[in-house]
Design a protein around this ligand. Structure first.
Ligand code: CDP
Ligand code: CDP
Length: 214
């Protein structure tokens, strides 16, 4: 196989795209990039240095100087960082500054699984296979609530649902790279599926595409 295999996975928060991406990367021997961590990394630096995430000039500066090393060291998974990530992600200059890193990551052989919001639409419109992973807001809020509750007893299901809907709305309605399925994306609603079932569907689809191109 000469061309790198690139699997693009988009979807809203807690849809299960990270879980599927990690499994696919391990199954096909590909590298994996959770592109949300790039926006979370920029947001984390902004918060640490006392910048307001809406400050576009500061956000672009941070994104241009972005060092992926930060991804392993910072606490990026908190709700505050998630909220700020979606605020810095609306800035066109931030998205442009992170573009090349994502492209080069995917283009190294043997290829990669990238997950995020705009992989199939903007970063890799030329991906080998594209998925849009989704689930009902209530199901996603329940999943995120269970994750957060493990480390924070103050978290509530209602608060998690409200925050998740606000973030969906911001990600879908922004001008730059809004969250939406790519035209040819395979859509999987994971609301009533187990991670194993989602994986089995995705592998069937990928194997069909890969068989067709060799
Ligand atoms: O894990 P979760 O789905 O909650 O969020 P994430 O994937 O870490 O992304 C955090 C935020 O970064 C999202 O709400 C988006 O605003 C932004 N993001 C983006 O704009 N484009 C991407 N490719 C990935 C994330
Ligand atoms: O990356 P994203 O924010 O889209 O979601 P995730 O972190 O992969 O998944 C959120 C939670 O949903 C995890 O606890 C998964 O075990 C669970 N889940 C799933 O990923 N897929 C299903 N079909 C059902 C549950």
């Amino acid at each position: 196989m000469s061309e790198p295999l690139i699997i693009a996975i988009d979807g809203p928060a807690a849809s299960g795209k990270g879980t599927l991406s990690r499994r696919l990367a391990s199954f096909y021997g590909l590298r994996h990039l959770d592109t949300g961590t790039l926006y979370r990394g920029v947001a984390w630096i902004m918060l640490r240095d006392g910048f307001e995430p809406r400050d576009e000039a500061a956000a672009v500066k941070v994104a241009r100087a972005f060092d992926p090393e930060i991804l392993g060291s910072a606490d990026l998974r908190t709700p505050a960082v998630g909220r700020s990530a979606s605020l810095v992600a609306v800035h066109e200059g931030v998205r442009k500054a992170l573009f090349d890193f994502q492209r080069s990551f995917g283009l190294q052989k043997p290829g990669a699984v990238l997950d995020g919001r705009d992989i199939g639409t903007v970063i890799f419109p030329d991906a080998t296979v594209k998925f849009f992973i989704t689930a009902s807001p209530e199901e996603r809020a329940q999943r995120r609530y269970l994750e957060l509750r493990a480390s924070d007893e103050g978290v509530t299901y209602e608060g998690t649902l409200a925050e998740l809907k606000r973030r969906d709305e911001r990600d879908q309605s922004r001008e730059e790279a809004p969250l939406k399925p790519a035209a040819e994306a395979e859509i999987i609603d994971t609301s009533k599926l187990t991670p194993d079932e989602v994986m089995a569907r995705a592998v069937r689809i990928i194997d069909n595409v890969v068989r067709g191109r060799t």
